[in-house]
Design a protein around this ligand. Structure first.
Ligand SMILES: [Zn+2]
Length: 127
């Protein structure tokens, strides 16, 4: 991958990281909202559940984005973490934080191997 491409993905990842960080921050405000009204309480509980689910997904996504930025920094970006083949730029254009090529991602989705997204996750699993 050439420097121009790398800069392009880095800019995409940084923008995504900023967007996710902002979103996660706003969600914290929703989560601590309280109301004396029982009906609102039910609705808020539902919203909270949805917010938590989104939070989970966005936290994971943020971890993947940070992992990709770390791989740009250490020069391993764009290479599949599993089979070490180059990840197609078409895939990176759509999913710049992709850690695996399509083939390995599908295998990971079928749990054919344990997908490790980042060092963070390795450390979390070891703890
Ligand atoms: Zn692969």
């Amino acid at each position: 991958m050439n420097k121009t491409e790398l800069e392009k993905y880095k800019a995409m990842l940084l923008a995504k990281q900023a967007e996710l960080s902002r979103g996660l921050h706003n969600r914290e405000d929703i989560a601590i909202q309280k109301t004396p009204d029982a009906l609102d309480e039910v609705q808020l509980a539902g919203e909270r559940e949805l917010a938590i689910r989104n939070l989970d997904r966005e936290t994971n996504l943020l971890r993947n984005v940070r992992g990709a930025l770390a791989r740009i920094a250490d020069g391993s970006y764009g290479v599949c973490l599993h089979c070490e083949e180059d990840i197609k730029t078409k895939r990176l254009d759509a999913v710049p934080w992709a850690a695996y090529c399509i083939r390995c991602q599908e295998a990971a989705d079928r749990h054919e191997f344990e997908a490790v997204e980042s060092l963070d996750e390795l450390l979390a699993n070891a703890a």
